[in-house]
Every structure is written in C-alpha cells, then in structure tokens.
Design a binder for this molecule. Structure first.
Ligand code: ADP
Length: 605
C-alpha cells in the first residue's frame, strides 16, 4: 500500500535536516562510534534477557524433555538454577550499565552539536543584512535561536537514536524468532503490515500538526517581543488588548495543535497495543499446540512471548518519538532557513584589514535603491578631505541616512564607488572598516552593564581615567556622578533609566573614547530640548579635530560651524559648499537659515 504523500514528505524533510546536521555530528565521530558500540551491545543484552528463563524451563522444570538427549552425567539442578540466576543479574546489570553509558554519550553529542549550532546561528544572524532584520520579526528569530535549536537536539540524541535502537531490537528479535520456529514467527509478524499502516496514517497527521505548532510559536513570540520592546507606545496608545487578542489567538492555536499531536500519538499507541494483543493471542494459541506436538520447547515459547511483548514497546516508542521527530524536523527547517540566508554584505575575497585612515571620503556616481523603483541615492558625487567637519542636511527622505549607511557598508551601492583614503571600501574587511568609525545615532541604545562599560564599548581603551575624560568632554561627567553609583551604575535594558539627552551624551563620550579617524552622527540632537541640545552640540563640537566628521542635522546653528554643507534632496546633492557661501547664494540652505523652522516644515512634507 502506498504511504500517504505527506509521510514520505516528512521522511524526506527529516533526511534533509539530518544531512545538514551531519557535518557537526561527524566532528564527534569517536564519541559517536563509542556510543553506537554501547548501543548495539545494549541491544544484544536486551535480546538475551529472556534466555535464562528458557534455559531453566527446558533443562530443569520440564526435565530436559524437549531438549537434546541429556548428557550421561547431567549437571546438578542447583548448579543450573544458580547459573541461570547469576545470568539474569549479569545480563540485566550489563544492559543497565550500557544503556547508561549510551544515553550519556548521545546526550553529550547532542549537547555539543547544539552548542555549536546555536552559536553559529547567533553569529550568522549578526552577519545578516539590516534588510533581513527589518523584514523578520525579532521574536521569531529569538525562538529559532533558543527553542528551535533545542528541539533540534532531539533529532540527534533523544529521538533518532532510540529509534535506531528500536529498529535494531526489532531486527534482532525477528532473526531469533525465525530461527526458533519460522511458522510461529510468520504468524506473529502477520500484524506488522497493519502496524505500518497505522503508523504511517498517524505519522503524517502528527508531522503536519507539529509544523503548524512551530510556526504559531514563532508568531506568538514575535507578538510578545514586539509589545514588550515597545511597552511605552503600547501603554500610551492603549494597544494592550489588541496585542493580547493576537497573542491569545496564537496561544489557542498552539494548544489545539498540541492536543491534536497528543491525540494522534496516543491513538497510535492504543492501536499498536490492540494489534499486539492479537499477535500475542495467536502465538499463544498456535505455539501451545506446537509445544504439545513436540515441535518446539516450552522455553522457546516463553522467549517468543517475551519478545512479542518487547516488540510492542519499540512500536509504541516509535509513535511517541515520531511526534518529537516531527517537531524537531519542523524546528530544524526553521534553523536551516536562517543559516541558508546569505549575508548581503561580506568580506570580498582578498579583503584586507583597514589601516589607520587619514580620513578622506569620496563618493563617485553612487546610486542606491532599497528595492523600490524610487532610488534613495542617485549619482551622488562627494569629496571630503581628512579632518573636515561636514554637515548633511535637507528634507526627510532625502537620502542622508542612506549615505551614512553606505559609508559604514551596512549596504553596498548599486552603482558607483565609495572610497576612503582613495580605496574602495569593499577592499577592506567589514569588521575592520566599521572599527574605523565612531557612530552616534538619533536614539542611542545602551546595553545592559554599567555606565562606564557602555562608554568603553567598542574601544580598546577602558582605563577609568580615559572614560572619565571622555565623559567630561561629552558633558556627561556631571550627571553620571550624580547617579547612585556614579560610573558603576547599571543602566536598564536599552538605557531606559536615562533620558534621551543623557544617552546621547554617553554616545558622544563613547565616540570620543573610541578616537576613530571617522565620526558619523545621524541627527544626534533630534528630539532634545534646548538645554540638552546645546549640551550635546557643545560636546560633539569638542570631538577630536583630527577626525573627519559627517553630521546629519537640520540645525542651522550647528551647520554654520561646518567646513562643508551638503544639501540632499530626493537622493541627489542639490547644494554643496561652505555654509557662508551657500547662505550668500540664497538657495535652499539659505532658506533653512532664514527660517530655522523651514527644515522641519520641509521634513514634514
Ligand atoms: P533621510 O535620512 O534623508 O531622511 P533616508 O536615507 O532615510 O533619508 O531615506 C531615503 C529614501 O529611502 C526614502 O525615500 C526612504 O523612504 C527610503 N528608505 C529608507 N530606509 C529604507 C528601508 N529600510 N527600506 C526601504 N526604503 C527605505
């Protein structure tokens, strides 16, 4: 009978996940070999377990009637019984020991593979483009890193290997019972096709439910992460109930799928039990006749029945494990999906570590589009000398942030070249290139840790004096000292215990300490009140003069201090020059000056 298509599909998927995992598992080959040997030896012990009883039945209790003619001088009964009893202890003891070793061995393999796989997916996620991260929901990615990887371990240690052991046990039992009495063996295996059909039927249902469950879990985590990360907005806009409804909906679907899996698994176990009882009954009936007819010994029949009972357990286990395997397969596919995603930005072959730059920046004919038909930058040409203070300004959506992200190689241009000190930025390794920049963004995220750690983040100098010096220049020293534990105060997650102005000044202190040859700032004074704005502005003007600084701002007073002002609109440079020149020319920049609010007005367009 043809198996349902989805079962075949599930087997193919499991095979795929396993092949993908194989390189990691292969690295553990010595442990794998040792554990497999213990597994096989354990199976042999399991097969040997009913034999002492057979021995006692045939040699002692039935007076050797069915066995070969007794030797002239039979061993004393007490010796046979003693030997059989000792064998029971030895066989069971060995089996227990081997099972213990084998479980530990496979768990160790599973855990090692898990550890490396988890690290790989985490670091791979860091390498993936911003575009990927904006498209994917962070909660879902978190579930993949944490729970899906853990579930996947089940494939290697807790489900696939017991399954392998079960197959070995079944094969061993079949061989022995056919050897003992083939007619009776045929009768016993007559129910096997029915078991296969039952398993295939439930198996496909279990797999489908497991896949849906994993998907719903990812979506539920994404919803939770979204509202928890933006809890201020959720509260302010009173969105709690709409998020709760979405969460509850997914939660309920997960529960339904879980129940379905359990019902299918339990149903399979029940069907296998019933089929097994028919097999036992048939063997008992026909085997009894064979013993009476002298065609087999009573001991053989006992071995037969013991095996049949045991054969039932692997079949039931299979039902139980197949549910877990299905979950693990679904989880594995989600993990591999992330790993298959190619980072857009990566080191080109032959990329060199960036040297200490002098700081000249040049863009020639640079165009870039985020995929929509409207390009974010169109044929931009720009030359910046080392140490220059450059202000990028213009209406919102003009392409300022895009230009900054091209310098950092968060994206590569579709056409044209971005050069630093005359060299294409793609000639350097991505990490070393980004090391050459200090960056202050609109809303600085701090990370869990102390204030001092947050300032020292990403720089090689973490001496307390240097940190405090940087903080003084950034006008952050005073408020930091007023904090309960000064520089050792722990900041809340993402710096939520500090005001925006304080976070920006910490970011500037960070940039000062980093002493990078290139400094990029994207509207660092955005959203600040006058007092904070000036504190931040004074701080950023104190940045080391040697560094080339590119600052995005709408603030004419800051722009006035620049060496070069670049006005970007619709992805193109419409004005560029010294602020005084631009002002006297009376163009767009001059308008910004005449009415400082006009930048904002234009932005709001
Ligand atoms: P600015 O910094 O001057 O406000 P941006 O560089 O952020 O401008 O944006 C330039 C253009 O690119 C805008 O039209 C904007 O809608 C678009 N854009 C910016 N970021 C993305 C993104 N991640 N995906 C798609 N389009 C984007």
């Amino acid at each position: 009978m043809a198996r349902p298509k989805s079962t075949r599909d599930s087997v193919r998927r499991l095979g795929y996940v396993f092949t993908r995992l194989w390189p990691w598992i292969r690295d553990e080959r010595s442990l794998l070999a040792a554990s497999t040997v213990t597994l096989v030896a354990g199976v042999a012990m399991k097969l040997a377990e009913p034999w002492p009883l057979k021995f006692v039945l045939d040699r002692v209790l039935s007076g050797g009637a069915a066995g070969p003619p007794a030797a002239a001088d039979p061993p004393p009964v007490v010796l046979v019984l003693g030997l059989a009893a000792a064998a029971v202890v030895v066989i069971s003891g060995l089996r227990a020991l081997l099972e213990y070793r084998q479980r530990i061995g496979f768990a160790r393999i599973g855990n090692r593979v898990l550890r490396r796989l988890r690290f790989q997916i985490y670091s791979h996620l860091h390498g993936l483009s911003l575009r990927y991260h904006t498209e994917k929901r962070s909660g879902d990615l978190l579930v993949r890193v944490m729970r899906d990887v853990t579930l996947l371990r089940d494939v290697t240690s807790t489900a696939l290997l017991p399954l392998l052991a079960n197959v070995l046990i079944l094969a061993g039992m079949l061989a022995i019972v056919f050897f003992l009495q083939w007619k009776l063996a045929l009768l016993a295996v007559a129910v096997a096709p029915l078991i296969v059909v039952a398993t295939a039927r439930s198996g496909s249902g279990i797999h489908l439910a497991a896949r849906r469950q994993r998907k719903n879990e990812g979506a539920m985590a994404a919803t939770a992460a979204e509202s928890i990360v933006s809890i201020r907005e959720v509260k302010a806009l009173s969105l709690e109930s709409s998020f709760e409804d979405r969460f509850a909906n997914r939660n309920e679907r997960i529960q339904k799928e879980e129940l379905k899996t359990v019902r299918l698994s339990a149903g399979l176990g029940r069907n296998v039990s019933i089929l097994n009882s028919f097999a036992v009954a048939a063997v008992l009936w026909y085997g009894g006749w064979l013993v009476l007819g002298g065609q087999m010994s009573a001991g053989d029949l006992v071995v037969f029945l013991a095996y049949l009972k045991k054969a039932f357990k692997p079949a039931r286990d299979f039902a139980q494990h197949s549910g877990r395997l299905a979950k693990a397969t679904a989880a594995g596919e989600r993990v591999m999906e992330v790993l298959d995603e190619q980072p857009e930005i990566h080191d080109l072959p032959g990329a060199q570590p960036a040297p200490r730059f002098a700081g000249a920046i040049s863009l020639s004919d640079v165009s870039f589009s985020y995929g929509s038909d409207r390009p974010a930058l169109r044929g931009v040409n720009l030359e910046i000398d080392p140490g220059q203070f450059v202000v990028l300004t213009g209406p919102s959506g003009g392409g300022k942030s895009t230009l900054i992200s091209l310098l950092l190689r968060l994206h590569d241009p579709d056409a044209g070249t971005v050069r630093i000190d005359g060299q294409d930025v793609r000639a350097f390794t991505v990490a070393s290139l980004r090391q050459s920049f200090a960056v202050v963004l609109q809303d600085t995220a701090l990370f869990s840790g102390t204030v001092a750690e947050n300032i020292a983040l990403g720089s090689t100098d973490s001496a307390p004096e240097s940190i405090e010096h940087a903080a003084r220049l950034a006008e952050a020293d005073e408020f930091i000292r007023r904090m309960p534990e000064g520089y050792a105060t722990a900041v809340g997650e993402r710096g939520s215990t500090l005001s925006l102005g304080q976070r920006q000044r910490i970011a500037i202190a960070r940039a000062i300490l980093r002493a990078a040859p290139l400094v990029l700032m994207d509207e660092p004074t955005n959203g600040l009140d006058e007092r904070n704005k000036w504190a931040v502005t004074r701080a950023l003007l104190r940045l080391p003069h040697r560094a080339t600084t590119v600052l995005v701002t709408h603030d004419p007073e800051i722009a006035e201090r620049a060496d070069l002002v670049v006005y970007l609109e619709d992805g193109a440079i419409v004005e560029a020059g010294a602020p005084a020149t631009l002002r006297s020319r009376g163009g767009r920049f001059a308008r910004l000056f005449a009415d400082p609010a006009s930048g904002r007005v234009e932005e709001a367009r």
